[in-house]
Design a protein around this ligand. Structure first.
Ligand code: FAD
Length: 394
């Protein structure tokens, strides 16, 4: 079996056949016939020179495949094929470990009150590409502290994919395998971390992903990650998660409720919208809770995100000279605005952070639904069934 790899493709529905990419390609890997412009999988070396010159963005298409689409197939296309589910071909030899990851994810998503579904317009994700038997080795490109609070060390860690295909969508997680063994002498199980960068990378075209990691007292993986130096190698599994994904529909309204490192997927969502939709979107609203501004990850960068893209409610439970407030308190203070979103079938809700936030948020949504003359439980079930309600807590 060949290892899956990333194939560069051109979207025939969007391409305007200007042939600028073909003229730019330094190694002659792009060709055209009367129907399509295509990339030769045998020749393309993923140099990316063609990406910025394309006036439509149709050149920036990728599929992870076990067998490359041939030139003949691509010449015939009227539209791009969907991303195939390649997970069946890359099953883990370490069934137990994959079961452990599946269990962690199921527990993390249990707060949705039933089996979650992805948004209808979400891209189909690749999952389980790397596992404990066959992890990907990624390289640390940077490790930056995000918080000033000395008791609250949260890091932004950038991992370069080291030439390996590592296709992730916003909202997915990866597993990190800490080196060494546990007290019983067994290798450590992977810990899950949400990817906090958008699908085309922390920096577009640089083949990297970022994680947002909080150092836990005596925590094996979090301390390992938070102490990593630039150039270190990290064993990574995944990607994981096929439901906590963002809608591609730019008219979708996204209501994000998070605490602490639960902001990681929300950062990815926001950056993806910033890169693809500018401010012309259905709008994003975020309720983000932390103890203080000094312990809120991305406090500085969030200040630069325009209100037209993201309406922010930063809520603090221990800020000096301010009444204690949690996300649910601010949601209740904004009952009218939240109710208006709940009433709109374009709204998608995402809740992410510590398990402890669930009860408060659930109670706030129950009270807000009551002001609409509705019951939250059936409303939640209907949203979940439509792929519009997502919870990931740990
Ligand atoms: P572990 O070694 O597993 O320890 C777990 C806890 O036990 C720690 O709190 C530690 O304080 C305590 N403990 C360990 N040893 C001792 C001891 N000897 N005495 C007393 N207490 C002890 N985390 C993030 O930071 N960012 C994310 O984006 C993120 N996303 C996640 C997504 C999902 C879907 C899930 C399920 C979890 C996510 N997590 C995230 C949590 C993460 O997976 C880990 O659980 C977390 O980092 C702690 O792992 P650890 O190895 O450091 O701690």
């Amino acid at each position: 079996m060949t290892a899956p790899f990333k194939q560069h493709l051109i979207d025939p529905e969007i391409c305007i056949r200007c042939y600028t990419c073909e003229m730019t390609c330094p190694i002659g890997a792009i060709h055209h016939d009367d129907n399509n412009v295509v990339v030769d999988p045998e020749a393309c070396n993923l140099c990316m020179d063609c990406i910025p010159v394309c006036p439509t963005g149709s050149i920036d298409e990728w599929r992870v495949v076990n067998t490359a689409y041939s030139l003949e197939e691509q010449f015939d296309w009227e539209e791009l094929p969907d991303q195939e589910d390649i997970s069946a071909d890359t099953q883990s030899e370490e069934g137990e470990v994959d079961e452990a990851v599946a269990r962690l994810l199921a527990e993390a998503h249990a707060g949705a009150g039933g089996a979650s579904k992805p948004p209808v317009s979400a891209t189909k994700p690749v999952i389980n590409m790397y596992n404990l038997g066959k992890p990907a080795t990624l390289i640390v490109q940077g490790n930056y502290r995000l918080t000033d609070d000395p008791d609250h060390d949260v890091r932004h860690i950038i991992l370069e994919t080291n030439g390996l295909p590592f296709p992730v969508l916003e909202g997915q997680s990866v597993g990190v395998i800490p080196p060494g063994t546990d007290a019983t002498g067994a290798v450590h199980l992977p810990r899950l971390y949400s990817v906090s960068s958008p699908r085309d990378g922390e920096r577009p075209g640089y083949h990297n992903i970022s994680l947002t990691v909080k150092r836990e007292l005596d925590g094996v993986a979090s301390n390992y990650l938070c102490d990593l130096e630039k150039g270190s190698k990290v064993q990574v599994t995944g990607p994981f998660g096929g439901t906590f994904l963002m809608p591609n529909d730019s008219d979708a309204r996204i209501l994000m409720i998070c605490t602490g490192t639960g902001s990681a997927p929300m950062r990815a969502f926001t950056m993806q919208r910033q890169r693809t939709c500018r401010n012309d979107t259905g709008g994003m609203t975020m309720f983000f809770g932390a103890r203080t501004p000094e312990s809120l990850p991305y406090f500085g960068p969030l200040g630069k995100v325009p209100n037209s893209l993201l309406k922010q409610h930063l809520v603090f439970s221990r800020a000096p000279d301010q009444p204690k407030q949690y996300v649910q308190d601010r949601m209740l203070a904004e009952t009218g605005a939240v109710a208006e979103m709940l009433d709109d079938p374009a709204t998608h809700i995402y809740i992410c952070g510590l398990k402890g936030m669930e009860d408060g948020v659930e109670s706030a949504l129950t009270q807000i639904a009551a002001t609409m003359g509705a019951k939250w439980a059936p409303m939640r079930a209907a949203m979940r069934e439509a792929g519009r309600y997502h919870v990931e807590t740990y």
